[in-house]
Design a protein around this ligand. Structure first.
Ligand SMILES: Cc1ncc(COP(=O)(O)O)c(C=O)c1O
Length: 504
């Protein structure tokens, strides 16, 4: 991604920011003018919609007369992304507290088991220990948490060598551990290579503080999830980056993949490992959707999830592989539907030195002990763990089937998926999209209509190096969240639907 890239969450331009800001302003002014009708007892348990942010960053910066801030803070290449995310979250639709808010089809928040988890965790809070009220038993999460994560990994993902508690560093979510991991692996200005389209949060997680650059390689649909993804397209982007003076130091693999919602087969995973070995690169495998894999009758041969730690590269390929380059990123946000707990982990069993380097800053991302306690209790409760994960996978399968039907009935083509909480949908024909610009416009137009979608096209438009018929452009798609989306789309009674937006 170029340093001054304005892309985030797909559909992002100043126009989108302005649309979002306007929506937020409108609501904040309406809220200020509205008589206070809700009884304090009723509103006390409802989420607070804080719509205090007004105006755009540039206006704020131009008007600023205070004590000078750092250049780093003022010139952050992902400033706009962070602000946009904040605006979106502040103004998200809620049936009771913010009925005029945005129906957000752009963030993977799994609400399929919200009640079940609330019930479970209310009971599990009794496991809190006196040490949970202190700085605890180690600098990152607790010893209890590291042991529970090691157990979960060993029992579910067949690592070739058992994961040990000391192979793990925890932090508040995958976003946070990625921020720290990238800082440990790369110097400012160095690059991370990844297949595009990619999860848009990587633009922030890997860039905002580390000063690293991300370099997405556009992958034509026919090569996605094949070794060609790596051997042809990552290879090409590696060379391009080199020619542009960006030294690539790591590859990011998202497995199962966001946004395609698919699992990778063994051959392609081995190609990733060989590529990293060949070019002496770190290999980060984001396995955050490891347990969100489900049956899709249209994909009978979809591979199961295969953790990178379960592959014996040297035996499989007959070539050497330095395992110190492999780092797994995991989080409880997605598989357990608990984004708000903020709990993630780096698992790096073969690089003790890197984990040691992280000790310098690990206290800055210490996990809060209530989240640590509740998740540890669940991981140690085999019956509840299996029941909730199994139920989640069943509901994901139903939800994805519902969404596929919903789109097909309206003349749009969902891509087949077997993992994650989202799907790509080819909306070109139905919405009369002829170019990347058209797709970006649709996403922008949806905002004042009350719907946020993520257009995968936007970032390729910004790069200016992909046109329709080439690269990712062979199948323009809008990324739709399956889980919250299925509820939102079904319930939305507002003036415009996704389809109406294009026609207005
Ligand atoms: C692939 C991927 N990695 C990381 C994250 C960030 O997750 P967390 O809530 O743990 O920060 C997300 C969230 O959507 C994601 O989809």
């Amino acid at each position: 991604m170029v340093a001054n890239d304005k892309t985030v969450n797909g559909a992002n331009t100043n126009e989108l920011s302005e649309n979002l800001a306007r929506t937020t302003l409108r609501d904040s002014e309406a809220a200020a003018a509205a008589p206070k009708t809700a009884a304090p007892s009723a509103s006390a348990s409802l989420p607070i919609r804080n719509t205090a942010v007004k105006g755009l960053f540039e206006d704020e910066q131009a008007a600023y007369k205070g004590c000078r801030l750092s250049k780093r803070a003022q010139d952050n290449p992902v400033q706009e992304i962070g602000e946009k995310l904040d605006l979106i979250i502040r103004n998200s639709y809620d049936k009771d507290t913010n009925p005029d808010g945005l129906i957000n089809l752009g963030i993977a928040e799994n609400t399929l088991l919200t009640q079940e988890y609330l019930d479970y965790f209310k009971g599990a809070i009794k496991h809190l220990q006196p040490y949970d009220l202190t700085y605890g038993t180690q600098s990152s999460g607790s010893r209890r948490l590291n042991e529970a994560i090691a157990k979960m990994w060993n029992e579910n993902f067949s690592p070739i060598e058992p994961v040990k508690p000391d192979d793990i560093v925890t932090g508040p979510g995958a976003s946070s551990v990625l921020d720290q991991l990238i800082a440990a692996l790369l110097d400012p200005g160095q690059g991370v290579l990844l297949a595009g389209p990619h999860y848009n949060g990587f633009d922030v997680n890997m860039v905002a503080r580390s000063g690293a650059k991300i370099r997405p390689a556009p992958i034509p649909l026919e090569d996605v999830f094949t070794p060609r993804e790596v051997d042809i397209h990552l290879e090409k982007e590696l060379q391009t980056a080199k020619e542009e003076g960006v030294e690539i130091r790591a590859v990011m693999l998202c497995s199962p993949h966001n946004p395609y919602g698919r699992t990778y087969d063994k051959e392609t995973l081995l190609a990733y490992a060989s590529f990293c070995e060949r070019h002496d690169l770190h290999l980060i495998s984001d396995e955050i959707y490891a347990l969100s894999v489900f049956d899709n009758p249209n994909l009978p041969d979809a591979p199961p999830f295969i953790s990178m730690l379960s592959l014996d590269f040297e035996k499989e390929t007959g070539k050497p592989f330095d395992k110190s380059r492999l780092h797994i990123v995991y989080s409880f946000s997605k598989d357990f539907g608990i984004n708000g707990f903020r709990l993630g982990a780096v698992i790096s069993p073969h690089n003790r030195f890197m984990l040691r380097c992280m000790m310098a800053s690990v206290f800055l991302m210490k996990v809060s002990s209530p989240a640590d306690c509740l998740v540890s209790a669940l991981l140690n409760d085999d019956e509840a763990f299996k029941r909730l994960i199994g139920e989640n996978q069943r509901r994901l399968a139903d939800s994805a089937a519902f969404m596929r039907r919903w789109f097909e009935e309206r003349g749009m083509k969902p891509m087949q998926s077997n993992a994650g909480h989202f799907m790509m949908v080819d909306v070109r024909e139905r919405l009369n999209i002829k170019s990347f610009e058209d797709e970006k416009d649709i996403a922008i137009k949806c905002v004042p209509c009350g719907v946020l979608v993520v257009s995968t096209a936007a970032k390729w438009v910004e790069r200016g190096d992909v046109d329709l018929g080439e690269g990712v452009g062979t199948d323009t798609g809008v990324r739709i969240e399956v889980v919250p989306g299925s509820e939102g789309v079904a319930e939305w009674s507002g003036p415009l639907s996704l389809i109406d937006c294009s026609e207005s």
